[in-house]
Design a protein around this ligand. Structure first.
Ligand SMILES: Nc1nc2c(ncn2[C@@H]2O[C@H](COP(=O)(O)OP(=O)(O)OP(=O)(O)O)[C@@H](O)[C@H]2O)c(=O)[nH]1
Length: 707
């Protein structure tokens, strides 16, 4: 080797005139370069090694730094070249990185440079005959190409869009040593076929077969592949191997990198499921419906109950997970780097978010250790829910119960179970709800598309309620709620996306305070009415009432009611009898007749109001009475501007059950006094009458005794 160059080193740094050898480790994505690097760093070779790393991608190489040299600092320096691809873009910065490294000379005596899987090693090697200054310090010892025994054949055959030589072919062609790695994944025949193929491209390189890159280090380090040759001849060697300075290597544009981060714990099951859909089934698609094609995936993840980080590695459809360094007191950020084709950041971000252990309310996991916290909508303040024992209680099974809800109860409730999200609820308190009654078949509010916001506003329908009568034409109802839903599920809502949209892909209620104000107050959303759909129905009454099983809160049967009832436990309470009321109401008032005070009942069930023997038709009455009489969504009968002719008996029925009978007597203001007069007057007459008759009876008795 030519080692007569002198460094201008100040006294502080010991002069070291010996040139430092450098080995370039190349190979396609996932071939096993890092595995080899780790293997070299672990092995006893008596060398002080500096490592230069060049990652392809958007982010820094956290997972790389995690997987290289975790067992100790056998190497002295860690240098990252964040220029995407060192080979083709910024050769200068590659030289600079090496120069920087050389300023720390003396601390190491060997350099390993790992290229990205998409790199062409040619331009990197050419630095060693083009840059004189660099050549005075460092010399290229050799190029080691790792190839993946399982996928190399496929990679060699892959066509680039511009028809040029692909990366794997370049790497194989320029290597001095080729390591066919992952022999454990192929058969002997497949291996022989691949070696033949490699030989047809590069017949002079030394070929070795390995598993997990376990190779004799004498084969790859200090090989002096270009020793005894002049620098110009090194250029010739490369030219012979098919390298040309003018032949610019272009990274395949269709291959991109996406880095995704999510904070919290990921569920192993959900992650496995996602990886299998992504890598095996190819059923994760970008917004254009094209399947995401992964060449390489690396990730650092946090899973519940695990103190160590897990590394996820995938090469095409093969993936594995293994533990690495421990988490300290830091947020658990899961970080993934995807390299492949047809990648979409939002799709991958949402897919990983859906792997989080946070559960939706319907997946609520209960634990005695759970803590409820509340983020108020009003001031975004966040704090624990403190049960007051009356209105707000937390049960022994950690269920949160809020009675008589108030506006300030609105907001987000999270249940934390050992610092892990067990449930998230968004609670909205709706003060007033305007509902529109519509008949099935009549014109309804259509879906409104807002492509500039990536939203659609529509009505979602609850199940039909029961028919309000039987053996007769009746009505049934279903409630419609206005919701906003993403138009394209994998794209964000504009101008601001909100996380509930991901948790509830079926849509979020328009009135929910979780919907950002800019969207909620848009005309089309604000003015859209809630709806109640009414339809005619005709069901036959059951001839024999079906048996009724009364259950306790745990679901255990207490009693069976059938003809004669059979008791299993406590006695059943007697069903409520029909309520009867008499109302005297002055003319002109707004009368509201309530059928039942049970709000839940009122929402779900349809009731039938009868005026005497005539049904109050919920659809036509309002029109016929010009808006004076109607039945609202809570089953209440409204009579506005009460008239004398409204005097009648109003009955409320739920199917066969007569719930309420209200006798309404409408009186005018004078009659009101008259009514009092009649009532009290009548009472007076009765009292006087009784007295008179008592006197008469006593008188006749005394006459009889006198006789
Ligand atoms: N089955 C098997 N897996 C291997 C072998 N060598 C490496 N791997 C695995 O292959 C995956 C990729 O290995 P790396 O060493 O990170 O590959 P790389 O070439 O550095 O990958 P990039 O940094 O993406 O270019 C990891 O999950 C390794 O554990 C092997 O011989 N057999």
């Amino acid at each position: 080797m030519n080692d007569d160059s002198e460094d201008e080193i100040p006294d502080l740094i010991p002069a070291d005139t010996k040139k430092v050898p450098i080995t370039i480790i190349t190979g396609f994505l996932g071939a096993g370069k890092t595995t080899l690097l780790n293997y070299i760093l672990r092995e006893q070779h008596g060398k002080k090694i500096a490592v230069i790393l060049n990652e392809f991608g958007e982010g820094d190489s956290i997972e790389k730094s995690m997987s290289v040299g975790q067992e100790g600092s056998l190497f002295e320096e860690w240098l990252e070249l964040r220029n995407g691809c060192l080979c083709c873009s910024v050769k200068d910065s590659g030289v600079k990185a090496l120069e920087n490294l050389m300023s720390k000379r003396g601390k190491f005596d060997y350099i390993l440079l790992e290229t990205t899987g998409l790199a062409d090693p040619g331009p990197i090697a050419s630095m060693f005959w083009l840059d004189e200054e660099l050549c005075s310090d460092i010399f290229l010892d050799g190029i080691v190409a790792m190839v993946d025994a399982k996928y190399c054949e496929k990679q060699l055959k892959e066509m680039k869009s511009d028809g040029s030589v692909n990366e794997t072919q370049r790497q194989v062609a320029l290597a001095d040593v080729i390591i066919v790695n992952k022999t454990d994944l192929v058969t002997a025949q497949e291996m022989d076929r691949l070696c033949q193929e490699i030989r047809s491209i590069n017949s002079f390189a030394r070929l070795h077969r390995t598993s997990y890159a376990m190779v004799d280090l004498n084969i790859i380090l200090d090989i002096n592949a270009y020793s005894g040759k002049e620098e110009s001849s090194m250029e010739d060697i490369f030219t012979q191997r098919g390298f040309s300075e003018t032949d610019v290597h272009v990274i395949e544009k269709s291959v991109t990198t996406v880095t995704v981060e999510v904070t919290g714990n990921l569920s192993r099951d959900k992650l496995d499921n996602f990886l299998q859909r992504l890598l095996w089934e190819k059923s994760v698609c970008n917004p254009d419906g094209v399947p995401v094609d992964i060449l390489r995936l690396k990730g650092v993840i946090s899973v519940p109950g695990e103190t160590q980080r897990l590394i996820v590695q995938a090469v095409y459809e093969l993936y594995d997970l293994h533990p690495t360094t421990a988490w300290q007191d830091e947020p658990r950020v899961n970080r993934f780097v995807f390299i492949g084709r047809n990648l979409n950041h939002i799709v991958l971000q949402q897919s990983l978010e859906s792997c989080m252990t946070t559960m939706r309310p319907d997946q609520h996991k209960r634990s005695q250790l759970a803590v409820w916290q509340h983020v108020r909508r009003s001031d975004s303040s966040f704090g624990p829910v403190i049960p007051d024992g009356e209105r707000v209680t937390i049960t022994s099974m950690s269920s949160l119960i809020i009675k008589e809800t108030r506006v300030e109860d609105a907001g987000q409730y999270t249940c934390l179970d050992r610092s892990e999200f067990a449930a998230v609820y968004q609670v909205d308190i709706l003060m007033k709800e305007r509902r529109k009654m519509v008949r099935l078949g009549s014109r309804r509010q259509g879906d409104i598309y807002l492509p500039s916001h990536n939203l659609v506003v529509l009505t979602t329908w609850a199940a039909w309620g029961e028919c309000d009568t039987c053996d007769d034409v009746g009505y049934r109802r279903r409630r419609g709620t206005c919701v906003v839903k993403k138009l394209y599920a994998h794209q964000p809502v504009k101008p601001n996306d909100f996380p509930l949209m991901t948790l509830f892909p079926e849509g979020v209620p328009c009135r929910s305070t979780a919907v950002p104000v800019q969207l909620r107050f848009m005309r089309v959303i604000r003015h859209r009415l809630e709806e109640t759909l009414v339809d005619k129905c005709n069901v036959t009454c059951p001839t024999q009432p079906p048996p009724v099983i009364i259950k306790d809160s745990e679901g255990n049967p207490i009693e069976l009611l059938e003809g004669e009832y059979q008791s299993f436990g406590e006695k059943v309470s007697i069903p409520k009898t029909t309520k009867r009321k008499v109302l005297y109401e002055p003319e002109g008032t707004h009368l509201v007749l309530t059928c039942t005070s049970d709000r839940e009942f009122a929402k779900e069930k349809g009731v039938r109001w009868m005026r005497g023997k005539t049904r109050v038709d919920p659809l036509t009455t309002r029109r016929r009475t010009r808006g004076r009489v109607w039945v609202d969504s809570a089953n209440r009968l409204h009579i506005k501007q009460l008239m004398l002719s409204d005097t009648a008996v109003y009955n409320c029925w739920e199917r066969m059950q007569h719930l309420v009978a209200i006798k309404v007597l409408v009186v005018d203001s004078m009659n009101r006094y008259l009514r009092d007069y009649i009532t009290y007057g009548g009472l007076g007459f009765t009292v006087v009458g009784c007295l008179v008759s008592c006197c008469c009876v006593l008188q006749s008795k005394s006459k009889k005794t006198a006789k």
